[in-house]
Write a new protein. Structure first.
Length: 332
């Protein structure tokens, strides 16, 4: 009886531990994400003391990867996962700082600002943020970088591109008339159908769209000026949409240091006076399903076929199919 009870108790403990292990893994990573553990130094920094390090062995820095075009969701990027990860790290007492790895050409204004605000909220906990810019951290990628207390870049990084793109307008009415194609959109309100391909753009509509674009631009530049300790007009001079090399960005005050990823992590750990601290990496997995490949191939074939018939670039057809005129912090 006692042996049976002990066996049952052991099984129960194993089940509980397994459940806790699963919970611990999925608290942050969610669906299609991975978590890995490394350490902030190789143990050869001058002030690293293994005995002292034991006092903060349960604390950690979180390295969160932001990769791909910033949008609601794609194979590379997941806005919901990113925001949930940031919010949960803020409430985790064992987490003492956040490292962002950014490799992005930018993306939608809404999602870029949402991520930036979540990061600024994270900092209200008193925890610092360091940013490391990978191959590219442009437009929305730089926008999010501005939440960092310090911004590092690889020497080959391209960054900046501070500006806004509001999408494109294609007036195909002349082509339709020539080819005999008829397209009509029934609408009420003279500007309801603006920027659709089957009606010309009016001066009033250009003004409307430009005013929205300018408002987004002013918001972007204000964030750069505030977080990089610049005068607004000084930031405007840098915000002409161009991209900067890491060296140029450093000279213009857009980043703080050019270094390696490991060098930045060691700087961060020493700034916190905790060299050798654990670093837990949270990264969305990039997995394509068989259906993704199939639907992508069919879509590409259809786009190419329509473009060939109309004598237009495939990019034009892709833009028309999106039917979106949203402000984008996107490097092009």
């Amino acid at each position: 009886m006692k042996k049976s009870f002990k066996s049952g108790l052991i099984v129960l403990i194993i089940i509980i531990l397994a459940a806790l292990g699963i919970t611990a893994k999925t608290i942050y990573d969610g669906k299609n994400a991975t978590v890995t553990v490394t350490y902030a130094s190789r143990g050869n920094v001058s002030n690293y003391d293994p005995k002292v390090a034991k006092s903060y062995k349960h604390e950690y820095l979180a390295a969160v990867y932001i990769e791909g075009t910033i949008q609601q969701a794609s194979i590379d990027y997941d806005q919901t996962w990113l925001l949930n990860t940031i919010y949960k790290l803020k409430d985790d007492e064992k987490n003492i700082g956040l490292i962002l790895y950014i490799d992005s050409p930018g993306g939608a204004v809404y999602q870029a600002d949402e991520a930036y605000l979540a990061l600024m909220d994270y900092k209200t906990s008193g925890k610092p943020i360091y940013v490391y810019q990978g191959p590219m951290a442009a437009s929305g990628g730089y926008y999010i970088s501005c939440a960092g207390d310090k911004i590092y870049a690889n020497r080959n990084t391209l960054t900046g591109s501070i500006g806004v793109i509001f999408g494109s307008s294609y007036d195909l009415t002349g082509l339709f008339e020539k080819t005999g194609i008829k397209s009509e959109t029934i609408h009420s309100g003279r500007n309801k159908n603006m920027f659709n391909y089957n009606e010309p753009v009016t001066d009033e509509q250009r003004q409307i769209m430009q005013s929205i674009c300018d408002e987004c631009y002013e918001q972007f530049v204000s964030i750069v000026a505030k977080n990089r300790s610049m005068d607004f007009n000084e930031a405007c001079k840098l915000a002409d949409g161009r991209i900067y090399t890491a060296k140029q960005a450093l000279e213009n005050g857009l980043i703080d240091k050019i270094d390696s990823w490991d060098g930045m992590i060691e700087d961060f750990s020493e700034e916190l006076d905790k060299p050798g601290i654990k670093v837990i990496t949270f990264q969305k997995e990039k997995k394509k399903t068989f259906m993704d490949y199939m639907t992508g191939s069919v879509k590409n074939y259809s786009t190419a076929k329509v473009a060939a018939r109309l004598g237009l670039p495939e990019s034009v057809i892709e833009d028309i199919n999106k039917k979106e005129n949203l402000p984008m912090y996107l490097y092009k």
